[in-house]
Design a protein around this ligand. Structure first.
Ligand code: SF4
Length: 344
């Protein structure tokens, strides 16, 4: 059975056309599914019984089973582990920061890129998600969140640029005016630096935000923690970032995971400012959240020093709080602990 959440507005139009139904059915169904959060077709009481039955025969509205959920008593950050129809598992997170409610979603099961500090990287790549599975994470969490999301970030499991078509389709579905109508400027695609994806996003003039996960300002260091840096070296990556800005005029966010004793020196900070100087950007410093003792988190003092050094640049700098610090909120951690328990 097909997942209705996997269909774009145009695909739904084609479906209703084939049934000989009027065009406004699309809006009715999208409003029910996305704005009202209906999970079963019998809830669509504005449609005839016959049409509801037809829809229920052709589509499903939910495919996930919630396997685990952990919430931080400190800040409310909540992480979910979902099981999909084929038994594969993915994670998504709700992060509360003042008025902001960020939904962090996955784009793949596992990830092929093997960043050394990341639990998902240790799983390897298992499969890509389809747009419906990406969209369902948002709908499932909307039901659970204390407030509706203000931001959606593709920063969960997987490299979104390696599942480009489905990620963009999902973003299009989430921002469809007749459905959830989520602000396009509040959807961020975060990449570890896949240059063809960055350029494609620019060429296609996608209305979404771009974040690039840098994590080291020196090529050799970057290669140590992000093997993909060998394929897409920093100079080319920064050129791609400039290309993106020239084409879109959209400010990029550079993510920088700060690891004590590895990339947190003043020299690192200065180099970070240096390599990003030609790209209008925001730099987001994130203290590492890993259970691996090889990746210790920096002290608060070190973090502030690094931040101050980067602030010398003309661009904005933010330090992301240690959200979900107590609940293994970094991507892949809940999956890993669930697998470990299963193996016992
Ligand atoms: S950090 Fe992102 S790109 Fe790197 S292994 Fe983890 S999920 Fe993949």
């Amino acid at each position: 059975m097909r997942n209705l959440l996997n269909l774009t507005n145009e695909q739904l139009q084609a479906y209703f056309q084939e049934l000989g139904e009027p065009g406004y059915r699309v809006k009715q169904v999208l409003q029910g599914a996305f704005q009202k959060g209906y999970e079963r077709f019998e809830q669509f009481t504005n449609l005839s019984k016959k049409l509801r039955e037809q829809l229920a025969q052709d589509f499903t509205l939910r495919t996930f089973k919630e396997l685990e959920r952990i919430s931080s008593p400190l800040d409310g950050t909540t992480k979910f582990l979902w099981q999909m129809a084929d038994g594969r598992k993915i994670e998504s997170v709700i992060i509360y920061e003042g008025k902001r409610v960020t939904f962090c979603i996955s784009s793949q099961v596992g990830c092929a890129l093997g960043c050394t500090f990341c639990a998902t990287g240790k799983m390897g790549w298992l499969r890509d998600l389809n747009a419906g599975e990406i969209v369902e994470q948002v709908l499932q969490m909307s039901k659970e969140a204390r407030r509706p999301p203000t931001n959606i970030v593709f920063m969960g499991m997987g490299e979104p640029m390696l599942n480009y078509d489905e990620v963009m389709r999902a973003a299009d579905i989430l921002s469809d005016n007749e459905g959830l109508n989520f602000s396009r400027r509040k959807i961020t695609i975060s990449t570890s630096g896949i240059i063809p994806g960055i350029k494609r996003m620019a060429d296609e003039e996608r209305p979404y935000r771009l974040a690039i996960s840098l994590n080291a300002a020196f090529q050799k260091k970057r290669e140590q923690i992000m093997p993909i840096a060998q394929k897409y070296p920093l100079p080319e990556l920064m050129e791609a970032a400039q290309y993106y800005y020239r084409k879109t005029r959209k400010r990029i966010t550079f993510e920088y995971v700060l690891i004590a004793g590895f990339n947190d020196s003043l020299q690192d900070a200065r180099e970070l400012v240096h390599i990003t100087r030609k790209v209008p950007c925001k730099i987001n410093i994130i203290p590492v959240n890993s259970q691996d003792e090889n990746f210790p988190a920096p002290s608060e003092a070190k973090l502030r020093k690094f931040e101050a050094a980067v602030q010398d640049s003309v661009y904005a700098v933010t330090v992301r709080n240690r959200k979900g610090w107590d609940i293994q909120a970094a991507c892949g951690m809940l999956y890993a602990s669930n697998e470990k328990r299963k193996a016992k």
